[in-house]
Design a protein around this ligand. Structure first.
Ligand code: SAH
Length: 218
């Protein structure tokens, strides 16, 4: 993407330390997650002309009418997954790849799906240039999950879902967690833990705003 012309300076690094502090103050305490925010050059994931926005705790438009999620939201969702090194994590909505990079940094084996062809191509190429090696990046419909690689220790949905897709529940290990914002205009963050083959425990974690999880690929 813009990698070849972008630089990561001490000024950027300083801004990231402040960003991590803001995210921590808002309630994220997992040190691996905060370290990832301090480490990943978020300005590389945005158009260079918007560099000044990269280290504010805000979502921001990227290509194809989509957004890079707010750093607090990325941190909060990642923390809810309680990832252990080597866990298999499925991400729905690759987008800019920023959340994918955070998952890689905290030690997950990452599988990610994106429904926008343009974003999928761009981000796949970009992440590999940055040195991130997710296990699989696919172009497809996240409502279906990735049955060929299931079951997963965790599934994270990074777009607002009108309902909880059944295939995602089916692709969780016992003890596995699904973190998903559910709702139309405003979404409630929900974490579902699979207790047994048939029992799922559900908890709510406040309101968020995401771009919609759309059916089918484009
Ligand atoms: N994790 C991203 C967030 C991007 S916004 C980041 O950190 O930048 C949500 C993304 O979900 C968008 O890229 C959108 O195209 C994608 N998306 C929406 N519906 C989808 C679906 N059904 N399957 C896969 N991706 C989807």
């Amino acid at each position: 993407m813009y990698f070849s012309i972008m630089k990561d300076t001490t000024r950027h690094q300083g801004k990231r330390r402040l960003l991590a502090q803001i995210v921590e103050k808002k309630g994220v305490s997992n040190t691996a997650v905060l370290d990832a925010i301090r480490k990943i050059p978020r300005h590389f994931f945005m158009d260079s002309s918007f560099e000044d926005h990269a280290y504010q705790d805000k979502a921001f438009p990227i290509a194809a009418d989509q957004t890079i999620s707010q750093p607090f939201t990325v941190g909060f969702q990642t923390e809810l997954l309680e990832i252990k090194k080597g866990d298999k994590i499925l991400e729905i909505g690759t987008g800019s790849g920023y959340q994918t990079a955070v998952l890689c940094e905290v030690g997950a084996k990452v599988y990610s799906i994106e429904r926008q062809q343009e974003l999928f191509r761009k981000t796949k190429n970009f992440l590999s240039k940055l040195g991130y090696r997710p296990k699989r990046l696919t172009f497809g419909d996240g409502y279906l999950g990735m049955p060929e690689f299931a079951p997963f220790d965790g599934i994270i949905v990074t777009a607002g879902a009108p309902y909880i897709p059944k295939p995602l529940l089916a692709q969780l290990k016992i003890g596995g967690k699904l973190v998903i914002p559910v709702g139309d205009e405003v979404q409630t963050m929900i974490r579902i833990v699979r207790k047994t083959q048939t029992d799922f425990e559900k908890k709510e974690y406040g309101e968020f705003r995401f771009v919609p999880l759309l059916e089918d690929k484009n």
